[in-house]
Design a protein around this ligand. Structure first.
Ligand SMILES: N[C@@H](CCC(=O)N[C@@H](CS)C(=O)NCC(=O)O)C(=O)O
Length: 308
């Protein structure tokens, strides 16, 4: 796969009169982060929805999108047609473009960067879980990928084997499509999810401690910042995947914090209003499976016994 440079590039991928263009997906966690950030900044953007296999097809690996991002991932933010790669770079770029947000104290900037970086998804999502809470989200979403893929044609997944630059990712989705929860049952996969679960819990314990002792209105400052944006999408994904009960039951400060986040206009516009039929079906099926599928039931029981 071609290694992409992160951040703003000095070439155009599109001739456009729009100041901001966002290539994104309804369900993608990183896309949600950037949508929330654009709404917070009050920047209007030209919205281009790109399907992932979970939402129906590998549009992300189509010829036309590979011209925008040869790495075949969303989101990609364009500033006057020039691409910015990596969602954590995109939100920092938006933040820096909004002049009146540049008046923060150094202490707050340090804290914002710390919590934003911790929540980022960087490099290979099955690695560096102890450093990046965002990287734990891929494996923790395997059960939801499985139920979403039920409504996607296997031919669409196979097409990805031809056009997608990251074959390993496509292969995992193909196995999830063919074998469903039985694939997750395999010891290496189960262990990967368990370890992501424990690592994320460590990050969440740190977040709980910070929120319980902080005198600030939000996580890293008195203003809603990139740190809050970055954590909001993680907390939301845990909810979608049915992990919140297990991971957040004994973390009252995070619960209160998340309730406050959900009231924000940007969260409603960037996540709630950006709905996707296949996602809704997948969430419903997963909820049912957690209650009724013998493997998932016992897996949740085992993780619950960790008494986090
Ligand atoms: N580190 C990247 C991660 C981008 C990423 O992996 N995006 C996922 C959706 S959240 C994607 O586009 N996946 C496409 C695929 O796996 O086919 C970022 O923060 O932008």
């Amino acid at each position: 796969m071609q290694r992409m440079q992160v951040g703003l590039q000095d070439y155009l991928v599109e001739q456009t009169s729009a100041e901001w263009t966002l290539y994104h997906n309804d369900f993608s966690l990183c896309s949600r982060k950037v949508r929330i950030c654009l709404h917070e900044a009050g920047f209007k953007y030209d919205s281009k929805h790109i399907d992932l296999i979970e939402t129906g097809k590998y549009e992300v690996a189509s010829k036309s999108f590979l011209r925008i991002n040869p790495g075949a991932t969303v989101p990609v933010l364009l500033n006057k047609g020039r691409p910015i790669y990596e969602s954590h770079e995109q939100i920092k770029f938006i933040f820096n473009s909004k002049e009146n947000l540049n008046t923060l104290e150094d202490r707050d900037v340090k804290s914002i960067n710390y919590w934003t970086d911790k929540a980022s998804m960087v490099g290979n999502p099955v690695k560096d879980h102890e450093k990046y809470a965002g990287n734990t989200i891929g494996p923790l979403t395997f059960p939801l990928f499985t139920t979403m893929l039920k409504n996607v044609s296997i031919l669409e997944v196979i097409k990805g084997l031809i056009s997608h630059p990251m074959k390993q990712r496509v292969f995992i989705f193909l196995l999830l499509k063919i074998f469903g929860f039985t694939f997750i049952k395999l010891p290496p996969i189960q262990n990967l999810i368990k370890s992501a679960f424990k690592e994320l819990n460590n990050h969440l314990c740190e977040l709980e401690t910070e929120l319980s002792s902080s005198k600030k209105d939000w996580l890293a400052s008195n203003n809603f910042s990139l740190a809050d944006i970055s954590w909001s999408v993680i907390l939301h994904r845990l909810d979608e995947c049915g992990w919140s009960g297990l991971l957040l039951e004994k973390k009252p400060f995070i619960n209160t914090y998340y309730e406050k986040i959900k009231q924000r206009d940007s969260f409603i516009k960037g996540i709630v209003d950006q709905n996707n039929p296949n996602l809704q079906k997948g969430i419903k099926e997963l909820k049912y499976a957690i209650q009724n599928n013998p493997f998932l039931k016992s897996f949740h029981k085992e993780l619950s016994a960790l008494n986090l």
